[in-house]
Design a protein around this ligand. Structure first.
Ligand SMILES: Cc1cc2nc3c(=O)[nH]c(=O)nc-3n(C[C@H](O)[C@H](O)[C@H](O)COP(=O)(O)OP(=O)(O)OC[C@H]3O[C@@H](n4cnc5c(N)ncnc54)[C@H](O)[C@@H]3O)c2cc1C
Ligand code: SF4
Ligand code: SF4
Length: 427
């Protein structure tokens, strides 16, 4: 037997295309850039993945936790994986044997060493600031228990639309809708910070049924209407792609055009770490842009209901909220009516005519003294949600605020991650 082939066995890391909802979480979090995608599938490069497991718990569907024992020379290529509609089965012992891999070698984890060495070498020379490395994959210690994947992508449930209105100012290019979905008697418990998937009807350009798109829940745990089995979403109509070219987003337009009484297919709930703390003295700092406000609305509303019923004491709420203009900021009106002693609101607009551009990180630097005090307090929790492009600037601003008051960022950043106190959800 050829020992060189026998040694070359890997546990190949694969993504299940049937349940992946293409949310990009894994690609954003992988420290060695082993994950890539096209319009069809998310895939893992066998020669780069080092099996570090950083992507496993943040994946909302579990589709990323698939491994196949493969002879290194026959590892599935990126090109092959991009065409898959379902995962291939494990090779049988006979197939492995035929490829020169004995049963002992197939079961030997050390055999994955060739892929490991290359990836580790790449990681070691990676100098760039990686904001994602500070994002927690565990919830705050006082978070309530979250149910996940009650309805996986293969078996969606149905909800009825009971509300749909534009929650930005009418007549502007950017339009964001507040949608309320009712689950009737179907158990669909969600917590603030979780998301759900909506499956748009129809098929894509290559005739495959559309995959689900993920939307953060904008309502608190006891419903958009308290005591009802309903959730709300904040959905922006996508009319241009990230490059600014005109495109009609499949799911966002479907959702924004739904009428009261329509039914939709829903998967989820997703998310077990971007959850709010529940201990009374916990402080919540919310940093968001656009529809990233959805989980912040949910957390704020839950705290508001608790306070109204006299069940909340102490913890601060601080919000940094960015949009291009005031007219494009979802929930601008309702936000204004929240009491000043309940929430500290900071708004940044980047495209107000005649005004200098301001981003959320600019506001954070202006409020450095207050943020530094919160960074020193172990009861503070930081949530970042919205455009992918905001993430690095926000984490860098937090780092600089810490450094400017003599805090060691490596210590603070590591504690925020370990204690589930810095959560990043950007898309
Ligand atoms: C964890 C998570 C939470 C999310 N929460 C929300 C939410 O609360 N509200 C919300 O509206 N969206 C949210 N999204 C984004 C949402 O899942 C969809 O990606 C978005 O609605 C676009 O889907 P689409 O089918 O309309 O566009 P697609 O048909 O999938 O895409 C059309 C084109 O537009 C580009 N594109 C996709 N999204 C955007 C965008 N936002 N801006 C510019 N171009 C885009 C695509 O790259 C593509 O070129 C979330 C995503 C994730 C991963
Ligand atoms: S296991 Fe680690 S290296 Fe592999 S894809 Fe996941 S995050 Fe990347
Ligand atoms: S569902 Fe999981 S595997 Fe699919 S893109 Fe999201 S994180 Fe990656």
């Amino acid at each position: 037997m050829d020992m060189a082939v026998e040694a070359g066995v890997i546990k190949q890391h694969l993504i299940d295309p049937e349940i992946c909802i293409r949310c990009n979480t894994c690609e954003a979090i992988c420290p060695v850039n082993a994950i890539t995608h096209d319009d069809n599938n998310y895939v893992v490069r066998a020669d780069i993945c080092n099996g570090c497991m950083a992507c496993i718990s943040p994946c909302p569907t579990g589709s990323i936790d698939n491994w196949r024992t493969m002879p290194l020379v026959r590892a599935y290529t990126i090109e092959e994986q991009l065409t898959w509609e379902e995962l291939p089965a494990e090779l049988t012992p006979e197939q492995l044997e035929a490829a020169g891999v004995s049963a002992e070698a197939a079961g030997d984890p050390a055999a994955a060493a060739p892929a490991l060495t290359q990836a580790q070498a790449q990681a070691a020379i990676e100098p760039a600031f990686n904001s994602a490395q500070y994002g927690a994959t565990v919830p705050p210690w006082s978070a309530a228990h979250a149910y996940t994947n009650l309805f996986p992508p293969k078996t969606p449930t149905t909800a009825t639309v009971v509300g749909n209105f534009n929650c930005t100012e009418a007549g502007f290019d950017s339009e964001t809708h507040h949608i309320v979905l009712d689950f009737g008697v179907v158990p669909f418990p969600v917590l603030e910070g979780q998301s759900i998937g909506i499956v748009p009807p129809g098929v894509d350009a290559i005739g495959k049924r559309h995959h689900a798109r993920q939307y953060s829940v904008a309502s608190p745990r006891n419903g958009e209407r308290p005591g009802y089995n309903n959730v709300s979403l904040t959905v922006k109509r996508v009319t241009e792609d990230h490059e600014g070219d005109p495109v009609r987003g499949v799911c966002s337009n479907y959702v924004c055009d739904l009428k009261v009484g329509d039914t939709v297919h829903v998967v989820g709930p997703f998310g077990a770490s971007f959850l709010m703390p529940n201990h009374p003295k916990s402080h919540i700092v919310m940093i968001c842009t656009g529809t990233g406000s959805a989980p912040m609305r949910a957390m704020t509303e839950w705290r508001r209901r608790l306070r109204k019923s006299g069940k909340f004491e102490g913890g601060k709420l601080m919000l940094f909220f960015g949009a291009r203009t005031q007219q494009e900021l979802p929930y601008f009106g309702p936000l204004q009516s929240l009491p000043k002693d309940f929430i500290d609101i900071n708004l940044a607009f980047s495209r107000t005519p005649g005004q200098p551009k301001r981003y959320v990180q600019d506001l954070m630097r202006e409020r450095a003294a207050d943020l530094a005090a919160l960074l020193k307090d172990g009861s503070s929790h930081f949530y970042v949600c919205g455009l992918k492009s905001m993430e690095e600037g926000v984490v860098l601003a937090l780092r600089d605020v810490a450094k400017d008051v003599g805090l060691d960022w490596d210590t603070v950043g590591a504690a925020l991650k370990r204690e589930g106190r810095l959560h990043l959800e950007t898309y």
